[in-house]
Design a protein around this ligand. Structure first.
Ligand SMILES: Nc1ncnc2c1ncn2[C@@H]1O[C@H](COP(=O)(O)OP(=O)(O)OP(=O)(O)O)[C@@H](O)[C@H]1O
Length: 321
């Protein structure tokens, strides 16, 4: 097995209508790591996953998964990986066991081995008592767990999860996070998961690669990326949007306040010290009779990291997509 479970160099992909989905995307992941590919809708995450799982080809650049080249060694790559697409690939009319046994048989397991593996995986994901039921009767969270189990049938070295918790309720989401964390921790599996949930990236990923417009703009651990940002974040929510930029320029006059970004009624800024900045912010706005709904101070979040590297908030990027 290679030192890097996944490595991409300068991947470029332009779709037929001229949409450049990847624009020189490079990153690498070590073995046994959960890598979060975080980016707003349309950033190029799914395209990256499709290239790494051999479902699509880059126009240029190279990629290796489990030490195999995704173009020249497609078969080896396919055997080394598990892929859980955004849309479930299980048969809703079949039972959980039937789906898993079929999955095993497709990968060449004997019937006995496929049945044994199915039982193991159902147990692993707490689905044993539901194994005999049709998948259409499963809750969203159970279906998703079965999807992940299907991706693991052939004991892959690298598992790709494309937006694994989209559409799940918070409880099912947290449950799946626990499962994925356990997989990587106890079984040495490398996991690449794409997500547009900041919280998911923060909670689940050992390493993060932030994707914006088809490029990686920042890489590191969630904590490392946040701690690179000095000071605190201040969010000021106004009663009326700062349409003419008055509030923005007023805040800009205060010492120790930088990176002021206005989005509708919300202004976000970085300050050296939150405790001293808040009275100063409120004071200057009160002087000018500008009504404020709320002011909050927090340690930098991944949203601030994203803002720092791309110049816009994650939510604004999602809305623009
Ligand atoms: N088959 C396609 N044909 C044309 N354009 C495409 C195709 N697939 C993706 N795109 C475009 O390429 C860009 C990157 O898409 P991609 O699906 O990789 O992004 P993403 O980060 O995975 O977003 P999402 O979370 O919405 O899947 C987007 O602008 C998208 O509209």
């Amino acid at each position: 097995m290679a030192t890097h479970a996944i490595r991409t160099t300068d991947l470029v992909k332009t779709y037929p209508k001229g949409q450049r989905a990847l624009d020189g995307l490079s990153f690498s992941v070590g073995e046994g790591v959960v890598l979060g590919l975080l980016g707003p809708n349309g950033a190029g995450k799914s395209t990256t996953v499709k290239i790494l799982t051999t479902l699509s080809r880059a126009d240029s650049g190279t990629a290796q998964v489990a030490g195999y080249d995704v173009i020249r060694e497609q078969d080896q790559v396919r055997h080394a990986i598990g892929y859980v697409p955004q849309k479930s690939s299980s048969d809703p009319m079949a039972t959980g066991i039937e789906n898993l046994v079929l999955g095993g048989r497709i990968y060449g397991l004997s019937r006995t081995d496929a049945v044994r593996r199915a039982a193991e995986l159902l147990e692993r994901f707490g689905l044993t008592e539901f194994g005999g039921r049709q998948v259409k009767t499963y809750s969203g969270g159970m279906q998703r767990k079965l999807d992940v189990a299907l991706g693991l049938v052939h004991r892959p070295q690298v598992l790709f999860l494309d937006e694994p918790t989209t559409g799940l309720d918070p409880e099912a989401r947290a449950d799946l996070w626990t499962e994925v964390g356990r997989l990587a921790g106890s079984e040495g599996l490398t996991v690449l998961l794409t997500t547009h949930y900041l919280e998911e990236a923060d909670r689940l990923a050992d390493q993060l690669a932030i994707v914006d417009h088809g490029k990686i703009v920042a890489e590191g651990t969630p904590e490392g990326l946040k701690s690179e940002l000095r000071g605190d974040s201040v969010h000021v929510e106004l009663v009326d949007a700062d349409t003419d930029g008055t509030v923005r320029s007023l805040l800009g006059q205060l010492p120790g306040i930088t990176e002021i970004v206005a989005e509708g009624k919300v202004l976000r800024a970085r300050v050296d010290h939150g405790a001293t900045a808040v009275p100063a912010v409120l004071g200057i706005l009160e002087d000018k009779a500008i009504p404020v709904s709320a002011v909050t101070v927090s340690r930098p979040s991944l949203d601030d990291v994203y803002l720092n590297y791309t110049g816009r908030s994650f939510q604004a990027a999602e809305e623009a997509a």
